[in-house]
Design a protein around this ligand. Structure first.
Ligand SMILES: [Zn+2]
Length: 199
């Protein structure tokens, strides 16, 4: 799937997730006291969901993120191949295990230099983790709808997809991709509109 589609699907799904579990605090629509902290939280959340939605294609030098990273992506694609570790459950698990470690390392290094971290930084870093993880999951789910499918159980090479029959899935960059992305956005938009009317 194209980077632009991943970004749109990830961000739209991010709106749904936030409206259900309120990761970033109370919703902006209808909120009585909009604080700077709330806006900063939302900005961090959506930036990171967007980043996560593009991240798995770090293994493709020709992808949106791959273009930005240049040789880093070329190396990863050369070593791992496109749609391998970065599109699998193992990749998600390794990433999730590394995240708290990374968080602790940064906290430790800063503390050693005499910077004591405000609790806000710690909670913001949890928000970053959940947002990136959610973006990645949405990326893999969206790729599962393409002809190629995704190797969820990599290093096992079996590709999974939805619908299970690959002939019913679409090829990246063709019109069904456009239709799916826009239908999803319109449905969510209508859902939000309806919920405002009802309230
Ligand atoms: Zn992908």
């Amino acid at each position: 799937m194209e980077g632009r589609s991943h970004l749109l699907i990830g961000l739209t799904a991010g709106v749904i997730l936030d409206s259900v579990v309120h990761l970033t605090g109370s919703p902006l629509l209808g909120a009585t006291g909009i604080t700077l902290g709330l806006i900063v939280n939302k900005a961090i959340y959506y930036t990171m969901v967007g980043f996560g939605a593009l991240l798995p294609d770090i293994d493709n030098a020709r992808s949106t993120l791959g273009h930005k990273l240049g040789w880093v992506s070329k190396e990863i694609q050369h070593l791992a191949g496109h749609r391998t570790l970065f599109h699998s459950l193992l990749g998600l698990a390794i990433g999730s295990l590394m995240a708290p470690g990374l968080e602790q390392l940064i906290t430790y290094l800063l503390a050693q230099r005499g910077y004591t971290l405000p609790a806000q930084f710690i909670s913001a870093s949890h928000l970053v983790f959940f947002a990136v993880l959610f973006g990645c999951i949405m990326h893999i789910a969206a790729d599962a709808m393409t002809e190629g499918g995704v190797p969820l159980l990599w290093p096992n090479r079996k590709r999974f997809g939805f619908p299970p029959n690959p002939h019913w899935r679409f090829r990246t960059g063709t019109w069904p991709e456009f239709v799916i992305v826009w239908s999803f956005m319109i449905l969510v938009g209508v859902g939000i509109y309806m919920s405002i009317i009802v309230v």
